[in-house]
Ligand binder design. Structure first.
Ligand code: SF4
Length: 677
C-alpha cells in the first residue's frame, strides 16, 4: 500500500517542501508540496529523483576499515584508539575535519561534528566557506564592521525593491545563493515582474534566468568590478540616498571613495566589460529610477580574481542607495538561532582578524574559526595534519592542484570519510562511515534564509548506516567526553538532539516542531544593523581592501585575446553530487565533462560538436567533449561546476587571496582549447 509523507528536500539549501510516496520502505515518488509557503509545489529534478538516489547501488551500506567491511563497534574502537595515539604523540591539533554541502544540511550532524572538535581541542576545522563563499562573507564583515554572517537578503514579493540585478548567478538552475533562496524560481520571477519588478541578469552566458529576465548584459568574464566601479562613481554624483550618506557614511570615507573611483569612467567600463556604453547607462538609469535595488552576486562571481573587490563595490552601491537594512530594500537575516537583532553590539562585531594562522601557512589567517581550505595540503605535507575527517564533500573536486592533494590525503594516518555514496575518497579512506541520507533522519531545515522548519524521518535507516550525530557521540564516549549535553547515543533519538539544538531558537522548540515541514517564516526586521552593528553608526564604504585594490583594475588586461573558462551549475547536480542523474546509470568519475563553446570560437579553434578536446590552463589541463553553445559570449568557454572527475581545479594554481582564504582564480581562467591528441 502506498503511503504519503510530508517532508523537506535537503539536497540543497533551497529546502523545498516535498511529499514522498512509499511502498513499504521503498521510495516510489517525490512530488512538490503545493502548500509550502516558499516552494509552492515546486521540486527540481534533483528532488524529484530522490528515490533513485536513496536506493542507488552506490549508497554506502557498511562501515569499512582499511578497505575491509567492519562492525560499528570494531570500527569506532579502532578509530578512537588510533586518534588517541595521534593526540598523545602530536596533540589534538593534528586531527582536523572538512565539511561541505553533503553534510551542511544535516542539522544534528553539523552541530555534533563542530562540538566534537571543540571538545577534542582541535582548531583545524575546514569548510566549503573558503571554497566558494568567502569573498561575499568577508565583504559583509568589512563593510558592516560586524559579523561575516550579516547577509542582506531578498525575496521577489511585494516588499522587494522594484529593481533586481543578479551578477554571475543563475537562480533558475542554482536555487540557493548567499542572500537568495529561490525555489520555484520561474514562477517567483514572473510574479515579481507582474508586481512591477524589473530583473537584470549580468552574465557572460544567456543563462536560464536571463531568458526570463527583462534585460541581459553579456559581460566579459571577470570584468564585473569594472561595471560596478563605474556605477558607484556615477551614483555618488546622482542617485545616492542623501539621508543615508549624511547619517551613516563618514565624510572622509566618501571623499576617499570618490577620489579612488575617479578614473572609472564609461569608456573604461565599456572597454573592459565588452558591453555597449548605452547598455551600461541604461542600467544606471534603471537604478536611479528605482532608488532602492537588490544586487545578488553568485558563486560564479566568487570564483573570479576580483571577487572581494566586486563584492565590496556591490555593498557600496547598496549602502549609498539606502538599499540595505531599510524598508523597501534588502533586509538582513536575523537568524533563528543567532537572533542577532537582540544582541549587544559587541557580540555581533567580529571585525578584528583572528590572529591564529595554520603553522605551515602563516600568510593565511584563520577566520570564522576555520583554517582556509587552501592551507590543507600544506598542513598535511608539513606534518601538521595527520588525521582528517571529511563529512559530505570532496576537496578533490573543490581545491586547486587535486593530484597534489590526492597524494597528501593518501599520506594521512587517518582519512575518515563520512558520506552517503561511494566516491573517489572512499576508495582511499582508512575509515568509511556510511551516513543516513536525508529521508533517513529528522531535521531542522532552514534558518539561513527567512524560513525555518522541522521534518520527521521518512523511512527507517537502511542497511548498516548510522546518523552522523550518533557517530560523534560514540567517538566522544570512547575518547572520554560527552559531545552534546544530555544526549546518550544508546537511547537518544534524532528528535532529542534536534530539540536540544532548537531550545536556543527564536521561538519555543515545540512551536517549531509543531509547524512541521511547512515551517515558520522569520520576521523581516529593518534598521537593526544601523542601530546595533555599524561602528559609530557608519558603514565602512572606503575600507583598505577596496581602496588598495581599485588601482589593480587599471592595469592592462593580461592576455586579452585568451579564451576565458567559466563554471556553472546544472539543474541535475549540486556541486559534485549528480542527484538528478542517479538511477540513470552508475556514476563514473571518468566521464568526460562537456565544454561549452560559441560556434564562432569553435570554428576558429577547429573543433566541432562532440569532439574530444583538451583545455589547457597555466597549471594543468583537462579533457572534455565539445558542446556548441549559442548562449555563450564569444571568447567564453563553459564547464560544469564541481563535477566529479574533471573540473576547473585541474587548471589553476593554488595561489590564495589572504583576505578571503579562497583560491585567487577558479573562474574567468585564461585557457586554450585544442582537439585531444
Ligand atoms: S535540490 Fe531541488 S528540490 Fe531539493 S531543495 Fe534544492 S531546489 Fe528544492
Amino acid at each position: 500500500m502506498i503511503s504519503e509523507h510530508l517532508t523537506t528536500c535537503r539536497l540543497c539549501p533551497a529546502f523545498c517542501g516535498m511529499k514522498v510516496e512509499l511502498d513499504g520502505d521503498t521510495v516510489v515518488a517525490a512530488k512538490g508540496d503545493p502548500l509550502h509557503p516558499i516552494s509552492r509545489g515546486y521540486l527540481c529534478p534533483k528532488g524529484r529523483n530522490v528515490g533513485a538516489f536513496h536506493h542507488h547501488p552506490q549508497r554506502l551500506d557498511h562501515a569499512m576499515v582499511d578497505g575491509v567491511r567492519s562492525a560499528w563497534d570494531v570500527t569506532l574502537d579502532d578509530l578512537a584508539s588510533r586518534m588517541k595515539a595521534i593526540v598523545a604523540r602530536d596533540g589534538a591539533e593534528a586531527i582536523g575535519y572538512y565539511t561541505a554541502s553533503g553534510g551542511a544540511y544535516d542539522t544534528a550532524g553539523r552541530a555534533s561534528i563542530g562540538t566534537f572538535f571543540r571538545k577534542l581541542g582541535s582548531s583545524q576545522r575546514y569548510s566549503a566557506v573558503t571554497v566558494d563563499c568567502a569573498p561575499g562573507m568577508r565583504a559583509q564583515q568589512i563593510v558592516t564592521g560586524g559579523s561575516a554572517e550579516i547577509t542582506p537578503e531578498w525575496f521577489p514579493d511585494d516588499q522587494a525593491p522594484k529593481l533586481a540585478v543578479t551578477i554571475g548567478s543563475n537562480p533558475v538552475v542554482s536555487h540557493a545563493q548567499l542572500g537568495m533562496m529561490l525555489s520555484d524560481p520561474v514562477r517567483w520571477i514572473r510574479d515579481y515582474q507582474a508586481l512591477g519588478g524589473e530583473l537584470w541578469v549580468v552574465d557572460p552566458r544567456r543563462t536560464e534566468t536571463a531568458r526570463f529576465a527583462d534585460h541581459h548584459m553579456a559581460i566579459r568574464p571577470g570584468s564585473d568590478a569594472h561595471l560596478l566601479a563605474y556605477l558607484c562613481r556615477e551614483l555618488l554624483k546622482d542617485g545616492a540616498n542623501q539621508s543615508e550618506l549624511d547619517h551613516h557614511v563618514a565624510a572622509a570615507d566618501l571623499a576617499t571613495l570618490r577620489h579612488a573611483l575617479g578614473p572609472f569612467d564609461l569608456e573604461l567600463a565599456a572597454t573592459r566589460t565588452g558591453l555597449e556604453g548605452s547598455q551600461i547607462d541604461d542600467l544606471l538609469a534603471a537604478i536611479r529610477r528605482a532608488g532602492k535595488l537588490v544586487i545578488t552576486l553568485g558563486t560564479g562571481l566568487n570564483f573570479t580574481p576580483d571577487a572581494l573587490l566586486t563584492q565590496l563595490l556591490r555593498w557600496v552601491i547598496l549602502v549609498i542607495t539606502g538599499s540595505v537594512d531599510r524598508e523597501g530594500g534588502m533586509w538582513v537575516n536575523v537568524g533563528w538561532y543567532d537572533q542577532l537583532e537582540k544582541r549587544e553590539r559587541r557580540s555581533v562585531s567580529q571585525a578584528a582578524p583572528e590572529p591564529k594562522t595554520p603553522r605551515s601557512r602563516p600568510d593565511l589567517p584563520m577566520w570564522l574559526g576555520e583554517v582556509p581550505c587552501g592551507a590543507m595540503v600544506d598542513q598535511i605535507e608539513n606534518g601538521h595534519l595527520k588525521a582528517l575527517f571529511i563529512n559530505g564533500g570532496s576537496p578533490l573536486t573543490a581545491f586547486p592542484e587535486p593530484e597534489r592533494l590526492r597524494k597528501a590525503l593518501r599520506s594521512l594516518e587517518l582519512l575518515v570519510v563520512i558520506d552517503v555514496m561511494a566516491n573517489e575518497l572512499t576508495e582511499i579512506a582508512t575509515h568509511v562511515l556510511p551516513a543516513a541520507a536525508m529521508l533517513e533522519r529528522s531535521d531542522l531545515p532552514g534558518g539561513w534564509s527567512q524560513h525555518m522548519a522541522y521534518t520527521a524521518q521518512v523511512v527507517p535507516i537502511g542497511a548498516d548506516r548510522r546518523k552522523t550525530w550518533w557517530m560523534f557521540a560514540e567517538l566522544g564516549r570512547r575518547l572520554g567526553f560527552g559531545v552534546m549535553d544530555g544526549i546518550d547515543p544508546d537511547t537518544s533519538t534524532d528528535d532529542d538532539v534536534l530539540m536540544a539544538i532548537a531550545a536556543n531558537g527564536r521561538q519555543p522548540a515545540e512551536d517549531l516542531f509543531a509547524a512541521g515541514p511547512r515551517g515558520i517564516i522569520l520576521p523581516r526586521i529593518y534598521g537593526w544593523v544601523h542601530d546595533r552593528v555599524l561602528p559609530g553608526g557608519k558603514w565602512q564604504i572606503a575600507p583598505d581592501a577596496l581602496i588598495d585594490r581599485l588601482p589593480d583594475l587599471l592595469k592592462p588586461v593580461e592576455r586579452p585575446d585568451s579564451l576565458r573558462l567559466v563554471s556553472g551549475r546544472e539543474l541535475h547536480n549540486h556541486n559534485r553530487m549528480a542527484y538528478g542523474r542517479y538511477g540513470h546509470k552508475r556514476f563514473d568519475a571518468n566521464d568526460l565533462p562537456t565544454i561549452g563553446i560559441h560556434p564562432e570560437d569553435a570554428a576558429r579553434q577547429g573543433v566541432s560538436q562532440g569532439d574530444a578536446v583538451t583545455v589547457k590552463g597555466d597549471r594543468g589541463s583537462l579533457s572534455g567533449t565539445v558542446r556548441i553553445d549559442h548562449s555563450l559570449l564569444r571568447g567564453t568557454l563553459h564547464l560544469t561546476h564541481g563535477a566529479l572527475g574533471r573540473n576547473a581545479c585541474e587548471l589553476v594554481s593554488s595561489e590564495i587571496d589572504p583576505a578571503t582564504g579562497q583560491p585567487v582564480m577558479m573562474s574567468a581562467i585564461p585557457v586554450e582549447i585544442a582537439l585531444a591528441s
